[in-house]
Design a protein around this ligand. Structure first.
Ligand SMILES: O=C(O)CCC(=O)C(=O)O
Ligand SMILES: [Fe+2]
Length: 192
């Protein structure tokens, strides 16, 4: 029997995958970001929850860093790369980085359980999530970023992984060492 033909437009993109771009930041730049923002870390909270409730979902330390003269070079780098990725892979309607970036540290036993980055209110405007691996891959064990159902973000230091903010993902518990990441979200009109 002839296979039924899917009536698919050839130019439709696969929007349920990740993109990994190596060395968006050099190893020295990663170390510089870690040294600059580590003193500002606080226990990370999930929106609207207190620390005890948050720890059921996420245990790590984090700080939000805004777009200023000092951080402009970081946003310029993120912006250029993520726009290229969006144009070639996702084709989403996107605007600006609206929330700054989140600098995060996961120590032994720390994790971020399965979640989406989109949600109510402002979170509805998150379109693309990005994370930069700031730690050398052999300086920690565990701590993999999984993007369900089938992807594992590359661990190489300076690599930026991009995925749609509607995809479920988690960070597995770190079992030795420390993992640092830089996370941000490119905003745009909510999905429809
Ligand atoms: O640390 C990471 O690589 C990802 C963290 C994450 O999923 C988030 O902050 O929403
Ligand atoms: Fe996330």
């Amino acid at each position: 029997m002839k296979k039924p033909q899917l009536n698919r437009t050839p130019e439709l993109k696969d929007q349920t995958r990740l993109a990994a771009i190596p060395l968006v930041f050099t190893h020295d730049e990663c170390a510089q970001i870690v040294a600059t923002y580590t003193p500002q870390l606080q226990p990370a909270l999930v929106d609207t929850l207190d620390l005890a409730q948050s720890e059921g979902i996420r245990k790590s330390s984090a700080v939000f860093i805004g777009h200023t003269k000092d951080t402009n070079w970081i946003f310029e780098r993120l912006n250029k790369v993520i726009r290229d990725v969006n144009n070639t892979i996702y084709g989403f309607s996107v605007g600006q980085f609206r929330e700054g970036f989140q600098f995060t540290r996961y120590e032994v036993g720390e994790y971020y359980g399965p979640h989406f980055d989109i949600g109510p209110g402002l979170l509805a405007e998150r379109k693309l999530s990005l994370t930069v691996q700031l730690s050398p891959p052999d300086s920690y064990a565990g701590g993999d970023l999984l993007i369900y159902p089938e992807f594992v973000a590359p661990r190489d230091q300076g690599t930026m992984t991009v995925f749609p903010s509607f995809m479920c993902h988690d960070v597995r518990p770190v079992t030795s060492g420390v993992r640092f990441s830089l996370v941000s979200w490119l905003a745009g009109p909510p999905f429809k």
